[in-house]
Write a protein that binds this ligand. Structure first.
Ligand code: GLU
Length: 505
């Protein structure tokens, strides 16, 4: 067989926010496409009009733009195989449904919901298939004239796939190996509904994969049960030669490992399950997103890449470009991947340290602004440089270092009790005088003179420094003391010391 060009697709249904598992699926498709010099297609599967949610498509596109996952063609990207939105491909599907009908691979069924319900009551474990279809109202049991007149009268119908019983269907899955099921367990799936003149997921999915020349279908494990049906559809159309290879990715499991990861796990344990914040247009409910929670896209990508795959050694930090080289579908796990969100936090910490201070400062600016602080960029940069080792998230920088930008107005009670001694007001007043006389207010300049003064006076270094810290910070935290006073400058340092003496006495 000829080597085919690698063409893969990410094909979400716009039914709401994109779940983080969907992001992982898209990422694996992206890595696979890039490493094979192939194409990644973005297709919107919106044939189920009942589940359509406005804004979902835009949300998905924005998520990938943020994450840096780029598509080569599809909705919003153009390409030669469009349209890429399934609701715009009605005629194509209709033509293919007619083709199956003509070949006798599908049939028209008129059974009403009531009739189907009656059958379910009559026959235990009723399934519309080879064993029951001849007892139903369809084009296999009605005459051609009857069928025609029913359609002409406008009777609603569906088109069902005629599945031959008792045939072993093999799916060659690149992750799972040979997966076999017997066709008798399948029902005659609905492929098309006259009510909205739209195909169902199965038909549209297979027709599009074929027409868009998809070479590999890489998707979540939840689609594995659909795969045998898709294989049969490829055959029914006579497309076996170009049937894509399948790879069904492992499920994402709860952090504890028991059962599928759900949005409720995120709510319960406090982590997002969506890439971006999402506001449900119906309920108005807001769900948190990785972006708004302060995650860097690089960290999210790295974390997701390792949920179900590993490079075969213990390397953990990998950029998107490195992942393109290292990724290997055959190294994906079959068993589910525990969603260890604490690891996501760890990754974020690592990427904050790796990232250029300029970038972190740029991300920190809006956080400062939210707190009413507008500081010159180089000041922000200095603080970022001093403090970023201490945080996991950019917004956490505010708690770690707000005192650089805003003078304390209150003093932490516990710290005061512990650190503000009887002689502290006197010592701090003396310290203020010493500092006032220093010309070289650099970190080293201050340190030398202040340490000399402490020694001369025979003071306890710890006591002086702790009280000094309290006056500038308002509590017991922060970096090296003279880093703080240097950053604040002489004037502000003296002001803060005086104010603390006044308030604390
Ligand atoms: N529309 C399906 C989804 O929402 C696509 C599944 C597939 O990739 O075949 O995930």
């Amino acid at each position: 067989m000829l080597e085919r060009k690698v063409r893969v697709r990410f094909a979400p249904s716009p039914t709401g926010a994109l779940h983080i598992g969907g992001v992982r699926t898209a990422l694996y498709n992206y890595l696979f496409a890039r490493q094979h010099g192939g194409d990644l297609i973005f297709r919107i599967e919106d044939t189920d009009s009942n589940r359509f949610v406005p804004g979902a498509e835009e949300y998905i596109l924005e998520s990938f733009a943020w994450l840096g996952i780029k598509f080569d063609e599809g909705v919003g990207f153009g390409g030669d195989f469009g349209p890429y939105r399934q609701s715009e491909r009605r005629e194509i599907y209709k033509k293919h449904v007619d083709d199956l009908l003509q070949k006798g691979k599908a049939y028209i069924a008129f059974d009403t919901p009531e009739e189907l319900e009656a059958k379910r009551v009559e026959i235990a474990n009723f399934q519309y298939d080879a064993s029951t279809r001849l007892g139903m109202r369809n084009s296999l049991t009605l005459s051609a004239d009857e069928v025609k007149s029913l359609i002409d009268e406008g009777t609603k119908y569906v088109v069902r796939f005629k599945i031959e019983p008792n045939e072993d269907i093999h799916i060659c899955d690149l992750i799972r190996g040979d997966v076999m099921i017997n066709s008798s367990v399948l029902d005659d799936k609905v492929l098309y509904k006259s009510a909205d003149e739209l195909p169902t997921y199965h038909l549209a999915n297979v027709v599009d994969d074929h027409l868009m020349q998809v070479s590999h279908v890489i998707r979540g494990e939840e689609w594995l049960p659909s795969a045998p049906l898709h294989v049969l559809l490829y055959r029914a159309f006579g497309w076996e030669e170009t049937m894509p290879a399948f790879a069904h990715l492992p499920l994402l499991l709860k952090p504890e490992g028991n059962g599928k990861l759900s949005k409720r796990d995120g709510d319960r344990l406090g982590f997002p399950v969506f890439p971006l914040q999402w506001k449900d247009p119906k309920s108005g409910e807001i769900s948190s997103g990785y972006r708004e929670s302060g995650y860097l896209p690089e960290a999210v990508i790295n974390f997701l890449a390792l949920l179900g795959w590993n490079p075969g050694n213990d390397q953990e930090l990998m950029s998107l470009d490195e992942l393109v080289h290292l990724f290997d579908l055959s190294r994906c796990n079959k068993s589910g991947a525990k969603f260890d969100y604490k690891k996501a936090i760890w990754f974020n910490h690592q990427y904050i340290q790796q990232k250029d201070d300029n970038d972190i400062a740029t991300l920190f600016l809006p956080v400062l602004k939210n707190h009413g602080v507008e500081a010159p960029f180089d000041r922000v940069l200095t603080v970022v440089n001093m403090m970023k080792q201490r945080v996991n998230f950019v917004p956490e920088l505010w708690d770690a270092c707000s005192f650089f930008f805003v003078a304390p107005t209150e003093y932490d009670e516990k710290t005061v009790k512990k650190r503000w001694k009887e002689d502290s007001p006197k010592c701090m007043a003396e310290l203020a005088d010493v500092l006032a006389d220093i010309d070289d207010f650099s970190i080293e300049g201050q340190e030398k003179i202040v340490m000399n003064w402490i020694e001369e006076k025979g003071y306890h270094t710890g006591n002086i420094m702790n009280a000094f810290r309290l006056t500038l910070v308002g509590e017991g935290k922060g970096p090296h003391m003279f880093d703080i006073s240097w950053f604040l400058g002489k004037e502000e340092t003296l002001l803060r010391i005086k104010r603390a003496i006044e308030i604390l006495k």
